[in-house]
Every structure is written in C-alpha cells, then in structure tokens.
Design a protein around this ligand. Structure first.
Ligand code: AMP
Ligand code: MG
Length: 499
C-alpha cells in the first residue's frame, strides 16, 4: 500500500502481467471544474466532504503522483450476442484502490480520461449528460438497496467533445468493489492465455471470494458466487422496474454490481417490452428479457471458464440461476405487497395485478406506493379509508376492475399474521411496505431536466435529485412534483448510446 498526500491506496491489478492492461496516464481535460462531489460516499473513505482543488488536480489527471499506476484494462465480450475481441477501457482508467472504514478496498476509475489503445474509433471522452446520468443513477441504486458501482464526483471542462453536436467533455470518478467484468475472462479464453485465465480466477478468489479457497473445487465455487450475485442483482432490477439497456457481457461485473450506466431507464408505465436503448432495434435488452440475457451472459462466462471447471459442474451451476433469481424476486415482490405468508391464491393475485397494470398503462412506482398507503384511517378494524383506495383506482382507466382486484388484495392481506399468530394491522403492513416501495425513482425526464440545467452551468438540480434519490422511501414533504409520472415530452424516452 502507498500513501498519497490525502489517502492510502494500492493497485493490485497493476501487479498482474502486462497482458492484462496498458499502463498510461490520463489526458487531462482543459479547464476542468467540479460539477458534483459525493460527500456521502467520500465520508466512507475518510475523504473531505467538500470538493477541493487538490482532488480536482488529482482526479483530472493534472497532478497524478508518479507512482500511481493508472491502467486501461483489457477485456473483450459479447455485444448484442456477437463476440468482439477489440474491447477494453477505451475511455477509462483504473487509477487505484482506496479503503473504506472497514478496510475494504474499492477501485477508483476515471471515465472519460482520454484515448487508450482500446479506444477504437472513439475519442476517449465522456460527455456531461451521460456523466450526470451515471452519477445520479448509481446514487439512486444505492438508495434503493441495489448492488451497484458508485460515483465519487464528476468534472466538466472546456474540452469540446463531438457527438451529434459539440458538447462539454466530462469525467466521472467511479468507485466499485471491482472493475473485473465477465469480458476479462472471455479475453483470456479466446486468446488461449490459459495460465493467465487461471491466474485471474485465483486473484478473483483471493480478492473477492476468499472463502471459496476452502472448497474442494474453488473455481466452481467462485462461478456459483458470480451466478448467485448476478441473479440477485437481476431480481432487484425486475422488482424495482429498472432496465439497464446494454447488457453486453463486458458490462457485467463479476460481483453482481449494476455496472456501466448508459441508456438505462426506470419503468414509468409497467411495460414488460420497454426498450430504453435507442440502438436496440430487436429489443434484445428489453425489460422483460433481462433475466434471460443475464443467463446468456453467464453461459458465455461459463464457456470462458471451461478450462478450469468441468462441463457438468458448469451446467449444474447454471441450472441454479433460475432458482436463485425466482426466490429473490418472489421475496422482493412479496415484500412490496406486504405479504409474508404464502398461499396458493398468491400466484393468480400477482398475475392479475400485472395484467391490469399493463392493460391500463399504470405507473408502476406510483401504484406500489399507493398500495403502501392503505393504512386504516377509520377505526373499524381492517378497512382502509375510501380515499386511499381511490388513490389506487384513480391510476387505472378501468377503475372497476382495479377496485375488484384491490378488494381481493385487501382480503388477502387480512390473513397475514405475526410469528405469534396475531393479526398484522394495516398500519404495520403499510409501514413496512413504504420501506420497500420507493416514492422517488430516477425517471428519465427528471434526469433530463438536471442535465439541461447542468449544461447551462446550474448544478442545483443535481443536488436536489441526489437528496431525493438517496432516501427514496421517505416522503420529502413539498417534493410531490418529483414523484409524478412524466409529462408528455418525457414519456418513453429512448436514450442513445452516444455518450
Ligand atoms: P459501452 O457501450 O460504454 O459499454 O462501451 C463499449 C466499449 O466502447 C468499451 O470498450 C468502451 O471503453 C468503448 N467506448 C465507448 N465510448 C467510447 C469513447 N467515446 N471513446 C473510446 N472508447 C469508447
Ligand atoms: Mg462498457
């Protein structure tokens, strides 16, 4: 471990053989300045709670200590189902690892730091709008309790970056437990570097899954861990209504963290076919496809691990994916509806709920939140106030069908009991539901408003959204407008990949 003027750091990845990366320095942006600094995250690392000039000059690459070995990592991967051997950090650098309050190492990665040998046709830069989106969304995911990379801060600059038009070059300081992707293993497998493949698996076990070492088949155990974490992440995405948009295997973290935010979107209306990525013509990464695609990516990883793990073991491990995903998804959805017992009628109850949401184009987040507000207001026992029920039915075109479903649901809630067999009151149920059904999500239109302002130099909306997204289950009196479904211009926004 080395010590920078401000914090201790290391870079274990730099100790791997040189085929794993290209070592190079960032190309600093011109006139870089802070857009935001994540004081909540900074605190975990003992860093200052204000953006400082010293940190700007460090993270912008202007004043990097000589011994800090910044690396463009080499990886490959399957993009839209097709193997691409020419990937790697094309606009990012792994800067170092820093240590949180528990002594756990986290990678610091600069996104938008200039050209690398893997830039292909790109310019090595990131624009402000995509940087703001990643910054906000990773914080939203933390607030929602979903595994994710995080962002320590972002810079904008006078460097002009050309996309459809000239835009400000920006830089995101990304923090993640690991930047190792499925694609790192694919790279070593497809280039026949089997000793290095083994080395990478050993390092992944040492760094992230040390308990696997005790197992008689450590590599298999490691793969099982990756499967489990991926399944849990996907269950969270499906339960909250998050579409990633570019689930290529180079965008899949081996630690099951939501990784590489691009054209993502949260569902407004519940639409299983929602495609957030403007370039996804076939809907490969549509919302409903995500569980299947994650399995496809895990199968691609299995193939890359085949020199280390027997075929039958790989198959057996993959066959557990759906079980883990199903179990986690069911647990999350049951919590969202406030159901702890399991009865045979629950299946049809969920099915009819989703059918109704789709048929009526109902806002998913607002529906779940309205169900969480059915506390008794009249004192007659088990029946929530008429007004609270109307808030639910008002979300539907077919109010009668909605009311019929709601009545069924409330009858179902009545059979809920505590561990001691006592009936669970609606207020207890609703209180727990409000802890898992967010009032605020990062709707694309909200991000767009913050981006439009940021492009004019006003960063206040980013701060406002961060406050809401960090605590999305709280009421935040006076901020009702931020919980509303999108206005017409902000509906079904598709975001391009040109970021
Ligand atoms: P992404 O779609 O962001 O996951 O990127 C896929 C690949 O393209 C990765 O290898 C990126 O590093 C690379 N890439 C994306 N944008 C740029 C850019 N502006 N300049 C260089 N490389 C890029
Ligand atoms: Mg990527």
């Amino acid at each position: 471990m080395s010590t920078h003027q401000f914090f201790p750091y290391s870079n274990r990845f730099a100790d791997l053989p040189s085929c794993f990366y290209t070592e190079l320095k960032p190309d600093p942006l011109t006139g870089s300045r802070w857009v935001a600094w994540n004081s909540r995250l900074a605190e975990h690392f003992g860093l200052p709670n204000q953006a400082t000039e010293e940190f700007r000059s460090l993270f912008s690459g202007e004043c990097l200590p000589k011994e800090m070995r910044s690396l463009a990592m080499k990886y490959t991967g399957h993009q839209f189902g097709v193997y691409n051997p020419d990937l790697g950090d094309g606009r990012g650098l792994l800067l170092c690892e820093i240590y949180d309050e528990n002594g756990e190492a986290h990678d610091v990665h600069l996104k938008g730091s200039g050209l690398t040998p893997y830039s292909r046709m790109g310019d090595g830069r990131a624009v402000l709008r995509s940087t703001v989106r990643e910054y906000l969304c990773s914080e939203a995911m933390v607030g929602l309790g979903i595994p994710t990379t995080q962002a320590l801060g972002m810079l904008t600059s006078d460097t002009v970056v050309y996309r459809e038009k000239g835009e400000a070059g920006a830089l995101l300081i990304r923090v993640a437990k690991s930047h190792i992707r499925f694609g790192h293993f694919e790279y070593l497998y497809y280039t026949d570097q089997f000793a290095e493949l083994t080395l990478l698996a050993d390092k992944v076990i040492d760094w992230y899954f040390p308990h696997c070492r005790q197992h008689e088949k450590p590599y298999l155990k490691m793969f099982e861990q990756i499967i489990e974490r991926t399944a849990v992440m996907i269950a969270h995405w499906q339960a909250v209504g998050f579409a990633h948009g570019v689930m290529n295997s180079d965008n899949m973290s081996i630690l099951g963290e939501t990784f590489d935010y691009g054209p993502f979107g949260f569902l407004d209306e519940y639409d299983p076919n929602y495609i957030c990525n403007h370039s996804d013509y076939q809907g490969r990464y549509a919302f409903e496809q995500q569980p299947r695609i994650a399995l496809w990516n895990l199968s691609a990883l299995a193939h890359a691990l085949s020199p280390l793990i027997e075929r039958d073991d790989l198959q057996q491990a993959l066959s557990e994916y759906e079980t883990v995903l199903g179990k986690k998804y069911s647990q999350l959805m049951r919590a969202k509806l406030g159901l702890t017992l399991s009865v045979p009628e629950d299946g049809p109850l969920f099915e009819s709920m989703f059918d109704l949401l789709v048929a009526n184009g109902v806002d998913y987040t607002n529906f779940m939140r309205a169900l969480s507000n059915l506390d008794d207001e009249n004192l007659d026992g088990n029946h929530s106030s008429e007004r609270a029920k109307e808030v639910v039915t008002d979300l539907f075109v077919d109010r009668e069908a909605a009311r019929a479903w709601l009545d069924l649901y409330l009858v179902r809630c009545d059979i809920e009991v505590t561990a001691d067999g006592e009936p669970i009151s609606s207020s207890v149920r609703c209180e727990s539901m409000r802890k898992v059904n967010p009032k605020f999500i990062l709707r694309n239109y909200l991000a767009q408003v913050a981006i439009d302002r940021a492009e004019e130099g006003d960063y206040s909306e980013i701060g406002r959204l961060m406050g809401l997204l960090r605590a999305p289950f709280d009421e935040h009196a006076g901020m009702e407008a931020y919980a509303k479904p999108p206005p017409d211009w902000g509906k079904k926004m598709e975001i391009s990949c040109s970021s």
